[in-house]
Structures are given as C-alpha cells and as structure tokens.
Design a protein around this ligand. Structure first.
Ligand code: ADP
Length: 445
C-alpha cells in the first residue's frame, strides 16, 4: 500500500498536469452543485416571502372592504366565495368575531368551509393575532403541502378591533416551480459533469501525446548523439586510410601492376565519397541539434564568390566548363562568411557535377532588402515533379543521367538550412535537358 502511494506521488510529481485534470473533474461539478443550491435556496426564500406578501395583501383588502359592514353577513359570504373562486392557492378563508364574554374565544362568522360557520374557536393563533398589530403568519406542512396560515385584525373606521380574518395560503404552485427548477439544474449539472469528463479524457489523451512527444524527443536526441559520435569515430580511421594512401602514392619507387594501381584509385575515390558522407551526416546532426554556430556579420559577397570559384575551378576545368561572373561591386549582406562560402561551394560543385558541357554563370540582383545570387548551369536540368522533393534529406534523382554521379542527397538540404538560419532562402528553376538556376538570397546589411 505504502509502495503504491509512493509510486502515485512520484508519478504526480513527474506529471503535474494530471493534477490539473483531477482538480477539473472534482472542482467544477462541486462549484456548479454549490452554486445551484445557493441559487435555488434564495429563489425559494424569495418565493415564500412573495406568497406571504400576497396573502397579507388579500387579507388587507378583505379587511378594508368589510370593516364597516361586519354585520352584513351575506355581503361577506359573497366576498369570501368570490375570493375563493378566483384564487386556487387559498385553501381556507374565515372571518372570526371575538366572544364578548370570553376574550380568548372566537366565533367563525363566515368561512369558506360552510360547515364551520357558527363554530367557536379557541386557538393560540387567533389570540396571538388579536394581540399583535401586524397579525401573525406561520408556515405549516400538511400532507407534504406547505401552507402559510395568516391571521390579521379587522378594525372599523374608528380604529377599534372588530374581527379577525384568517386564511390558509398554499405554496403548492411555487414549490412545484422550485422542484422543476431543481430538476433542470440537476440536468444541467449532469450535462456539465459529462462535458467536463469528456474534456478531461481529451486532456488525458493530449497528456499521453505529450508524454510520447517528450519520449520521441529524448530518442531523437539519443539518435543525434549517436550519429554525432559515430561520425566522429568514423572520421579518424578514414583520415588514417587517406594518409596511408597518399604516402603510398608519393612513393616513387613502388612497384605495382596497372591493375593494382586502378584498385588503389578506386579505394581512394571510395574513401573520398565516404568522407563526404560522414561530413554531411555530421553537419546534419549538428544542425538538428542546433549546434551549428552562425556568426552573423556584415559581409562583402564578391570576394566570397571569387574564393568559392577558385576552390572549385579545377573540377570545372577537368570537364571543360566555364564559370562566368561579373566583377561588379555587390551590396553588403548580413551573414556568416564561412557558411556563405559553404553554400556557394555546394551550389557550384552541384552545377559542375550535373553539367556535361557549356558554362556556369553567377549573377546577382538586389530586391526588397535582399540580395539574390543565382547559379545558372547548362546541365541536365530537373523535372517539375523532382523539383518538389529536391530539398528533402537524402533525396537524389535517379535516372540514366545521374546513375554514374555520386552524391549523398544531403547537400541541398544542408544548403537550405544554412540559408534559412541566416534569414535567407534558396529556390530552384529548371528545365530538364536545358539547365538549372539555383537562387540563394541573403538579407542586406
Ligand atoms: P547530391 O549529393 O546527390 O548532389 P544534393 O542534395 O546536392 O545531393 O542534390 C540532390 C539532387 O538534386 C541531386 O542528386 C541531383 O539529382 C539534383 N541536383 C542538384 N543540383 C543539380 C543541378 N545543378 N542540376 C541538376 N540536378 C541537380
């Protein structure tokens, strides 16, 4: 039991949102319940005073009508009958005259119950009413029906006490009204509780999703860490193999067959590809873990274009491709110069990779606070369907023109992420078989 309790407390500590759901389930229905009872209670009290006031008003009216004609019994009978007919709530209406010899005894002069006329009545209510200027009223219950019994003095025009008017006023109708109000309030309460429960169940579902998301995030982080660690670990043996291959190539006295030389070249290019893949994966893992430092500063794009072209020129020369760009002075941009160069080199190396003949042209234009730099090639181009997926991770176009070109499908994703991290972007326009235009934008400084 203790163990169970401890586990429960620990779970609540780890997931405080569950407490909120719990409070919601308990607090809202209780609040509605209390509110309903408070309102209904007040409503009943108000109705009771209204009915009491109504009964007193009727007695006052009767008193003032008959005060000077107390001897005119037929008139009073007519009046009592009339009132009884028009007011369903009045159960009993009597006019009582005091016994001249016995102050504590009253004779029923007129009554809604004809059989009681002439009876002598000696009850406390009448005596109290006779001695009380305001009259008296008390609430009784008869067969489950609540009834106001109200007795008041009737005075003549000289102000002398002459008789008593006594009536029983039923609260049946107002009680029925209250009962139906309580019933409706219960229905509303039940509906609210159901709504709250639905909300809470939804909340618990969301809570479940939140747990899953946080678990997924944890796993994602673990994956990022693993990739980062694995890529780092892969790099060291790759560098070592590369180093040994270079040493071997530098050895002028090596005696190996032509076939072995070809194998070595294959090893070398495979190592190069592997190295590229490891670098790209490492870069992606850093980006996803937000571990890529971006140092924004005011940058002159022209020298970066020149440096990038210089770095990549040998590859273009090997294929006999021309790289053209105007030497005009471009406006300053706000960016990280290292990352800008990375973007330019990537776009240029793609342009060279996917172009057989012709040229690569670099142009720039300034528009709405941005500098747009376009790398246009006369290469194999990209179809409209493939352009849609171009910037996805690991996406490579597979056709007979690209089958022999190696790559990871990560370069464009990295390029776009870098551009966006610097508040820029990248877009593509291309016609298959004609060429591609990749345009990267940067905010002006
Ligand atoms: P990869 O390492 O495969 O080049 P990228 O992300 O740089 O990866 O490019 C994704 C795909 O887009 C490439 O496989 C290629 O098919 C296509 N692509 C990229 N640049 C060009 C270009 N200048 N001309 C034609 N196709 C291109």
């Amino acid at each position: 039991m203790k163990n169970f309790l401890e586990k429960g407390i620990l779970f609540i500590k780890q997931n405080p949102t569950i407490l909120y759901s719990f409070i919601l389930v308990i607090a809202i229905p209780i609040a509605i319940f209390l509110n309903t009872f408070y309102i209904v209670g007040h409503f009943q009290k108000n109705l009771d005073s209204i009915t009491q006031a109504k009964a007193i008003l009727i007695e006052n009216i009767i008193g003032s009508i008959i005060s000077n004609s107390l001897e005119d019994t037929p008139k009073i009978i007519g009046l009592v009958d009339g009132i009884m007919q028009e007011n369903d709530e009045i159960k009993r209406l009597e006019i009582l005259a005091p016994d001249e010899n016995n102050q504590e005894q009253f004779k029923i002069v007129v009554s809604s119950d004809k059989e009681k006329i002439g009876d002598n009545e000696k009850n406390t209510q009448n005596i109290l009413a006779w001695n009380n200027e305001e009259g008296i009223a008390h609430l009784n219950e008869l067969n489950g029906e609540r009834i106001w019994n109200i007795t008041k003095i009737i005075r003549n025009e000289l102000g002398e006490k002459k008789a008593l008017v006594s009536l029983s006023f039923s609260l049946k109708f107002s009680d029925q009204l209250i009962d139906s109000t309580i019933l409706k309030s219960y229905a509303i309460l039940i509906a609210t509780v159901i709504i709250v429960l639905l909300l809470v169940s939804n909340n618990i579902k969301l809570f479940g999703y939140a747990l899953t998301v946080s678990k997924l995030k944890e796993i994602d982080e673990m994956k990022d860490n693993f990739i980062s660690m694995a890529s780092h670990e892969l790099r060291s043996p790759l560098t070592a193999i590369k180093g040994y291959l270079e040493l071997f190539n530098d050895d002028k006295e090596k005696k190996i067959s032509q076939e072995s030389q070809r194998y070595l070249e294959n090893i070398s290019s495979s190592i190069e590809r592997l190295n590229l893949l490891v670098s790209d994966i490492l870069e992606i893992s850093r980006m996803e873990g937000n571990r890529i430092p971006i140092n924004l500063s005011v940058v002159k794009p022209q020298p970066i274009i020149e440096k990038s072209v210089e770095e990549i020129k040998s590859q273009a020369d090997q294929k006999g491709l021309l790289i053209e760009f105007s030497k005009e002075n471009l406006p300053d941009i706000k960016a990280d110069p290292e990352r800008v160069k990375q973007i330019f080199v990537n776009l240029l190396s793609n342009a060279i990779k996917y172009t057989e003949k012709g040229k690569i042209e670099i142009t720039a234009k300034k528009e709405s606070k941005k500098l747009f730099i376009t790398f246009a090639d006369s290469g194999i181009g990209i179809s409209a369907q493939e352009q849609v997926h171009l910037f996805q991770k690991f996406y490579r176009i597979k056709n007979e023109k690209t089958v022999k070109i190696s790559g990871t499908g990560l370069g464009l994703w990295i390029t776009r992420e870098l551009a966006r991290k610097m508040k820029g972007d990248i877009s593509v326009e291309s016609i298959e078989g004609v060429g591609s235009h990749f345009t990267v934008s940067f905010p002006l400084a």
